[in-house]
Design a protein around this ligand. Structure first.
Ligand SMILES: [Zn+2]
Length: 409
């Protein structure tokens, strides 16, 4: 509880909203101005019960369901208000609620979905919410779809289109964290999820997993800053997923697409500094770096030396994703006295449940044999579901899930 209060102090902007009108224009003041522009329209807030009550009365009285057109913004929002009110009633106002409106362009049409993130204490509260959502769905002629055994989500759809996603998030206080202090050779496993920065829903599903997770965020993407901020708020660890030149770039037939901004062979120390600085500006709270692609860049000793000098100056650790067997990144990191480690297992080269569970098992056996291991995955639904399913079993096997920073040396 104390930790929760501390975290809240770190993001005062999230709590200053006085209601929906304020929420629509809310932007965290500490965000980079460029980022603020990109994330305009995305509102995170906690809502006062009183405001909700008046809004609910006002908007439901105006609300008329019509079967053939999409929901209007005010209809959509009225339903959101009902969901929030139900969540607060069920949790006796203890629930932490965040709303993120999403608008997708489909040809000339705009499709709106409200994402509502609700922390709930346990199964009885989820059961009560399921009932309340059923009643809301009937009132507004919506379909209610429930998904996920471990990452729980309820969707409303209207004429086949998703209007609301209600994500059930485990409360911060309930998340298990590695206890500090001495460990008696407990096998340790770090799980890094790469390639974040585009998909907030996937990020939120990951960040609600009840174990320490290291997320590696690609720079310069629309949600890079926002996702890094949320991971930090939830006490997960943030890495910069640093795009580097890959072997296939001169041969487009291999299907690798060069990133717009990346580290390329031939860049000098100053150019490396410029590129890394611009990237870190878009990913706050970075504690380390791993390479995105880089099958060419990580074989180039001069470039890797420049990169490691930059990381050393910033006191960041390095995880070699090992996208090629002839990488020299790890050796160069050690030469520059940058704390480093190498990836042992890719979790989801085959993004299917059984394959991912088998890779997690491999990572667990590596950790048991060697004392520690690092596994890298991606924000695929199958990966998130497999992690949710397998993590309790890993812990039951005596393996401790830790941050990447715990395994660098
Ligand atoms: Zn990547």
């Amino acid at each position: 509880m104390q930790a929760l209060a501390k975290r809240k102090q770190r993001s005062p902007a999230l709590h200053s909203a006085k209601g929906f009108a304020a929420a629509e224009t809310l932007a965290a003041p500490h965000q980079h101005s460029q980022t603020r522009k990109r994330t305009a329209g995305i509102a995170n807030l906690r809502l006062g019960a009183l405001n909700l009550f008046f809004l609910a009365v006002l908007t439901t009285s105006l609300f008329v369901a019509c079967a053939k057109r999409p929901l209007s913004p005010s209809e959509l929002r009225a339903i959101t208000v009902e969901v929030v009110a139900a969540s607060q009633r069920i949790s006796t106002h203890k629930s932490e609620i965040t709303i993120r409106p999403e608008v997708r362009e489909m040809g000339d049409r705009k499709i709106s979905t409200d994402h509502i993130y609700v922390t709930l204490g346990g199964d009885s509260e989820i059961t009560a919410l399921r009932e309340a959502l059923g009643a809301i769905a009937r009132r507004h002629h919506l379909q209610l779809v429930e998904s996920g055994a471990s990452v729980r989500r309820f969707d409303f759809t209207f004429n086949g289109e998703r209007t609301h996603s209600i994500h059930i998030v485990s409360p911060l206080a309930e998340r298990s964290r590695p206890s500090p202090g001495r460990s008696v050779r407990v096998p340790r496993l770090a799980i890094i999820i790469d390639d974040l920065g585009n998909d907030r829903a996937a990020a939120d599903a990951l960040l609600s997993l009840p174990f320490p997770l290291t997320i590696s965020v690609l720079p310069h993407l629309p949600l890079s800053s926002e996702i890094a901020e949320e991971a930090y708020r939830r006490n997960d660890q943030v890495m910069l997923h640093l795009p580097m030149e890959s072997q296939g770039e001169s041969a487009p037939s291999e299907g690798t697409k060069p990133e717009e901004i990346e580290l390329r062979v031939g860049m000098n120390r100053n150019q490396v500094h410029q590129v890394v600085s611009s990237m870190i500006d878009t990913v706050p709270h970075v504690s380390g770096v791993n390479n995105h692609q880089g099958s060419r860049a990580t074989t180039d000793a001069a470039l890797m030396q420049a990169v490691m000098e930059e990381l050393r100056a910033r006191n960041l650790y390095f995880i070699d994703s090992r996208t090629t067997a002839s990488t020299v990144a790890y050796d160069q990191a050690h030469a520059a006295r940058v704390r480093a480690a190498s990836r042992k297992v890719f979790l989801d080269d085959v993004p299917a449940r059984d394959a991912i569970l088998a890779q997690l098992d491999q990572a667990a056996r590596d950790a048991t044999r060697d004392g520690s291991a690092i596994a890298i995955g991606h924000p695929h639904p199958a990966t998130i579901a497999a992690l949710a399913e397998e993590a309790p079993r890993l812990e039951a096997r005596g393996i401790r899930i830790v941050f990447a920073s715990d395994l660098v040396q």
